[in-house]
Ligand binder design. Structure first.
Ligand SMILES: [Zn+2]
Length: 395
């Protein structure tokens, strides 16, 4: 089978998390959603929890099982036995949780630890579902993508928080405001997020009084207000006051290394990440919140968001990681050389034809369809009248 130069159209699972938009994915991918259930994420890849499937020898087969038949053929040498990236579309109606993805060493240790504790992989309190880090990148497909990512310059956080008449909050803030550093910011956030309920309620009460006194709500206070509507009891709604608030321009991408605190708030995004489902949550969720991990997994430096400016027809310039990502604009054609890294191509907003003229093999893809191209697929000609989004193994 290793000489087969065939490609693999994918059937991809949809995740119906409650924050998902009902209509965005059905419209983009051309399917019906008669129950109007939330359609949050499309997953393209070989993650064991929810793999794509394809057809091999007239049989449906999960992508990981296909790759395992001949990893060298499908992935090339030195790329292990599974796809190192996971490719997604996110349709965000309501804000996602405040979260971080652990670095590799922490993921390995956490995965072993939770195995030793016999916490089942599907248990709500299971944080480490695999031993991988999860650097990720979010491409803004719509023009309303908003996110919280990393910490603001300390002076900005301190001046915004000091303006709030709340003795309880000011007491917690004092070590940080007197001596701003990653360590005192960590102290402040641990104290805030783990404060006893009466203190949290007092701070939330004071925050709302302050909000009511503002003549206009700037974007930070607007988002704080939105978060409060979703999670009225959750002290994590203060995040817009100490994190970078970002309206990501359409076509640009946000690179989020492991250890960076983030919450995606709104919009349609295309996401590519290391093939991991390790998420440590600190708030803005009904799911399990693991505050004991905060100090261990979060980087507390003030960092500007790492924005990758729009790039067309050549890969976004990510730092070294598990993937590369390319946006091909409409009405182009190109030749994919032999022995290109394994990749998944997604077509949106039009169609594409992928042809091997020597072997007389051709694949027609419509908007919303995707295809896996093995490392050893040989050379193909690609002509497209839609936008292509290409996820590849980083080389
Ligand atoms: Zn994330």
């Amino acid at each position: 089978m290793t000489n087969q130069k065939v490609l693999y159209p994918l059937t991809n699972p949809i995740k119906s998390y409650a924050w998902g938009h009902r209509d965005t994915l059905p419209a983009l991918l051309h399917y019906n959603n008669p129950n109007k259930s939330p359609q949050a994420e499309l997953w393209m890849g070989a993650h064991p929890q929810s793999p794509s499937t394809t057809i091999h020898q007239d049989q449906s087969i999960p992508l990981p099982d296909l790759l395992a038949l001949d990893p060298t053929h499908f992935l090339g040498d030195n790329h292990g036995t599974s796809l190192p990236f996971l490719f997604k579309i996110l349709a965000i109606k309501d804000p996602l949780s405040l979260q971080v993805h652990p670095e590799k060493a922490l993921a390995e240790a956490g995965f072993i630890q939770e195995n030793l504790q016999h916490i089942p992989l599907d248990d709500a309190k299971r944080t480490y579902k695999d031993s991988n880090d999860k650097t990720e990148m979010l491409y803004a497909y719509s023009d309303d993508v908003w996110a919280l990512v990393g910490f603001r310059p300390y002076a900005d956080t301190i001046s915004d928080l000091q303006a709030i008449a709340s003795p309880t909050l000011q007491t917690l803030l004092l070590p940080f405001s007197q001596n701003p550093s990653p360590h005192t910011l960590e102290q402040f956030l641990v104290a805030l997020l783990t404060a006893e309920a009466s203190h949290k309620n007092q701070i939330l009460h004071d925050i709302l009084i302050h909000k009511a006194s503002l003549p206009i709500l700037n974007d930070r206070w607007q988002w704080l207000s939105t978060l409060h509507q979703h999670y009225p009891q959750d002290i994590a709604i203060l995040a817009p006051l100490y994190m970078n608030l970002l309206h990501l321009p359409k076509g640009d991408a946000l690179f989020v290394p492991s250890g960076t605190l983030h919450a995606y708030l709104q919009g349609t995004g295309i996401e590519i990440m290391a093939a991991s489902d390790n998420v440590v949550r600190f708030g803005l969720t009904e799911k399990y919140v693991d505050l004991a991990s905060l100090s261990r997994v979060v980087t507390f430096d003030a960092q500007k968001p790492h924005i990758l400016p729009a790039s067309h027809n050549q890969p976004f310039s990510t730092p070294p990681c598990s993937f590369t990502f390319t946006h091909m604009t409409k009405d182009q054609s190109y030749t994919l050389p032999a022995n290109n890294p394994a990749q998944i191509i997604l077509v949106l907003n039009g169609s594409a034809t992928i042809t091997n003229p020597i072997l007389h093999i051709s694949y027609a893809l419509n908007a919303g369809q995707s295809i896996f191209i093995p490392y050893n697929a040989g050379s193909y000609h690609i002509e497209h009248h839609g936008e292509l989004f290409i996820a590849t193994t980083y080389t």
